[in-house]
Write a new protein. Structure first.
Length: 174
């Protein structure tokens, strides 16, 4: 999706964790178009020209339709450049998740999936099925379903989400 509306929330975690937050948008979150992985990498590479980044500690996150961008980027030739994946109320590219390149890049690596039990845009069963696809590649998937949360759990469950996200990142960078 388009994280621009959420950067003020995510910046709290970035500041706490002493991280740089880069949130490229591909249109209004139209990550099903071609060249999405290149858009992600262009944003990262451009930022690295201006800031000193530890490129061994890059985490890739996607919200809603941004899950398409995450799953495609993770399965692309750039998949090895990320330490972990975070997907919130996500759509997925199931073919990317089934690909040999996804399995190669993400075998044993951490993935956090968070969805709302009451999400009427991306059904929980679909998200659980996609998490299972990732587990089939021996990806270390941690999935959380927020009871009573809908697609906009970022706002309705803000404090819980931010705490979980920060703690999860701390474990990945530990």
């Amino acid at each position: 999706g388009n994280f621009k509306a959420y950067t003020w929330l995510l910046s709290r975690v970035a500041e706490e964790r002493r991280m740089v937050l880069i949130s490229p948008s591909y249109g209004m979150g139209n990550w099903d178009m071609r060249h999405g992985p290149e858009a992600v990498m262009n944003a990262l590479d451009d930022t690295a020209k201006h800031l000193k980044l530890d490129l061994s500690r890059v985490h890739l996150a996607g919200l809603s339709n941004g899950g398409l961008g995450v799953s495609r980027t993770a399965a692309s030739r750039f998949g090895n450049r990320f330490r972990s994946l975070l997907l919130v109320s996500p759509m997925f590219d199931t073919e990317a998740l089934k690909s040999a390149s996804f399995e190669h890049y993400w075998h044993g690596k951490p993935v956090l999936v968070i969805t709302g039990e009451e999400d009427d845009r991306v059904p929980r069963d679909y998200v659980e099925d996609c998490a299972a696809l990732m587990r089939n590649s021996d990806t270390n998937v941690e999935m959380t379903t927020y009871p009573g949360a809908n697609h906009f759990l970022f706002f309705s469950h803000r404090d819980r989400f931010l705490k979980q996200f920060s703690e999860w990142l701390a474990r990945q960078d530990g």
